[in-house]
Ligand binder design. Sequence first.
Ligand code: SF4
Ligand code: SF4
Length: 183
Amino acid sequence: MFTMVSGLQNYSEQAIQAARYIGQGFMVTLDHMNRLPMTIQYPYEKLIPSERFRGRIHFEFDKCIACEVCVRVCPINLPVVDWELKKDIKKKQLKSYSIDFGICIFCGNCVEYCPTNCLSMTEEYELSIYDRHDLNYDQIALGRLPISVIEDSTIKTISNLSYLSKGNIKGHSNSRNVTKFFC
Ligand code: SF4
Ligand code: SF4
């Protein structure tokens, strides 16, 4: 008789414990139902990069004076500036310019110190390719304006994730979507 009562008592305690665990799990589910999503359906949805996002560098060939400041301030001397001296006008003439984004650490030093502001960080982050050598951008590839996430009608832009709604990150507001570090 005592064994049966004890067994019933154990059983009821375990049932109460199980009900408590189910209740706790249910409360966690309810709690998460009130939260904003933390993930997006990339690539159909994309986050709007922050204003100071350091993406692929944009380069304006006509503005470059081949001073090589960008090379000197780069921690890995990465930009390749090819120029020739025009003796008649006593000036350097830029022949080609390239940056290898397979090596670049996107520190932004070159952008910050360029005296003619011909370099700028863009919001472009989709740089994946099959051959890493294709990441070596010449002046033509560097001069291409970035594809704006906001202007792409096929992509749903997301800016209301919970951490974004706190105002930590704001999207680009200019139509050209080229962000200068120092302006
Ligand atoms: S610092 Fe600017 S102007 Fe000078 S070489 Fe580099 S990109 Fe050209
Ligand atoms: S962003 Fe930094 S690492 Fe990349 S080229 Fe400019 S200075 Fe060099």
